[in-house]
Design a protein around this ligand. Structure first.
Ligand code: SIN
Length: 485
């Protein structure tokens, strides 16, 4: 790893303002680009998670008693420290996760933007006054932080997903415990180091890292002291965690799987659509929940679009994310490569064709050649399942009605994309798509100002924007009487 500020390379959980070594119980963190061991990290378990809940409970009264402006200032300082350390955090992220440095720098800024945004929103937690039911009473609505928040964050955005959950929680006056993904704990621990430097008090922000996801997860979803649970990950795991949360009726924010359609009509600006498809499909080697999963191209432009997309792919270079000019890094591990390959094999067996591609491929078990697959049918697994890899399946369609039906024929509904220059069609299609987010002539839609989230089995709640703070607040109604003389 390139030289970086040693304070940022933390190797144990951060609980109640302390680093928790666990001698003799460590696990290795490896670089997916070459399989090299980066370092060992202390393996925390359910007992450590309980300690984190104790700490969050003890810290809650003082943190929620701070003024909104005080909480805002601490978050602002955290944001500044993250941005001051952007390069080192990006190097750490690329080393443990694999994404190219240019994307890792982007992720650090993306995560920091959530911290900045919620530092500002902390001061805007407004209530309401409502006309009373009688002359003798008045109705007042106040909003208060929900209490202790727990979270589980994924390996694909180990910095930004944590920041997107922790910042609104802290802004709302909640205390926070996160279990960071075991594949990529270093980014989360570096954020904890900077949280401490920013003056976030002990117990307010806790990071637990360990391999026993299910044991730690049970504590974070079942401890009755925790008011809310927030998760980013697959729909399959999300369902299980939701069941666990039901035992104590927790509030939840679930950002689950997607199966994003990318619809290109005959009248679209094809070059813009190709750029949008490259950005939305191949970001993070195809490993994001909002990645394009199936491209629907209308018959008049199907072949031309496939050719242009495949040509554009040839300009991307695949390699170690640390190297200059690399635009697609390795996938997270070998199993991920194998499961994507199985989906391609299945489609090819049923008649789909992989477009020829001439990119040089580096050595290493986690690399996968990005590819365009044509002749795909909506019923194939490649179009039905979330691919989570650098593969662009293309399906031909004829009419607007047909493509809307095909696009909506899935149990999930996170992101979707549509390219057309017909303004009437923009509205018709955007309103008909059963998705939480629609990119219209845009392939990259995520930012801190917008409400990120899905419908159907893509989950519940919104992250980012003014709506993202509401998810961490309770509404309390005060009925004031005794006003009449
Ligand atoms: C995700 O893949 O879970 C998040 C992607 C994003 O924030 O754009």
């Amino acid at each position: 790893m390139k030289n970086l500020n040693a304070d940022l390379l933390r190797q144990s959980s951060y609980i109640n303002g302390q680093w928790h070594a666990n001698p003799g119980q460590e696990f290795e963190i490896t670089n997916p680009a070459n399989g090299a061991v980066i370092c060992e990290v202390a393996d925390a378990g359910a007992e450590d998670a309980k300690l984190a809940v104790d700490a969050a409970a003890a810290a809650l009264p003082a943190w929620r008693a701070k003024t909104a402006k005080q909480r805002s200032s601490v978050l602002r300082r955290w944001y500044e420290l993250i941005m001051q350390n952007q390069e080192d955090l990006a190097v750490l992220l690329t080393t443990e996760q694999g994404k190219p440095l240019v994307e890792a720098r982007g992720e650090i800024a993306y995560g920091a933007n959530y911290v900045e945004w919620f530092a500002e929103e902390a001061k805007r937690i407004y209530g309401d006054t409502i006309p009373g039911a009688s002359s003798n009473s008045r109705i007042i609505v106040i909003k208060q932080g929900v209490g202790i928040v727990s979270a589980i964050t994924p390996w694909n955005f180990p910095n930004a997903m944590l920041a997107r959950k922790a910042a609104p929680a802290l802004a709302a006056g909640c205390t926070f415990i996160v279990k960071a993904a075991a594949e990529t704990p270093l980014s989360a621990l570096a954020l904890a180091e900077l949280a401490e430097q920013a003056g976030i008090p002990a117990g307010v922000f806790n990071v637990v890292v360990g391999k026993s996801s299910s044991d730690i997860g049970k504590v974070l979803t079942q401890d009755p002291r925790i008011a809310k649970f927030s998760f980013t990950g697959s729909t399959q795991v999300g369902r299980l965690l939701l069941k666990q949360c039901a035992s104590t009726v927790k509030k939840t924010s679930m950002e689950l799987g997607g199966n994003a359609p990318f619809i290109v009509f005959d009248d679209a600006d094809l070059d813009a659509a190709v750029q949008g498809a490259i950005a939305s499909k191949f970001r993070n080697a195809g490993q994001t929940c909002v990645c394009t999963n199936r491209i629907y191209a209308q018959s008049g432009i199907y072949t031309e679009f496939a050719n242009k997309l495949n040509d554009a792919l040839q300009t991307l270079s695949i390699g170690n994310g640390q190297d200059d000019g690399v635009s697609i890094g390795p996938m997270i591990n070998e199993e991920a490569v194998k499961s994507v390959q199985a989906l391609i094999d299945d489609a090819v067996q049923q008649g789909a064709q992989v477009r020829e591609s001439k990119q040089a491929m580096p050595d290493g078990a986690c690399y996968m050649r990005p590819m365009v697959v044509t002749g795909v049918d909506s019923a194939m697994k490649l179009a039905q399942e979330e691919i989570f890899g650098p593969v662009a399946p293309m399906i031909e369609f004829t009419s607007e009605e047909q493509v809307i039906e095909l696009a909506n024929d899935t149990e999930v509904g996170l992101a979707s994309y549509v390219y057309t220059r017909d303004i009437g069609r923009v509205w018709r299609v955007a309103e008909a798509l059963e998705y939480g987010m629609v990119g219209i002539n845009e392939g990259i839609i995520s930012n801190e100002m917008a409400p990120f989230g899905g419908v159907k089995q893509s989950g519940n709640g919104r992250e980012g924007s003014k709506y993202g703070l509401e998810d961490y607040l309770e509404i309390k109604y005060l009925c004031m009487g005794g006003i009449d003389k």
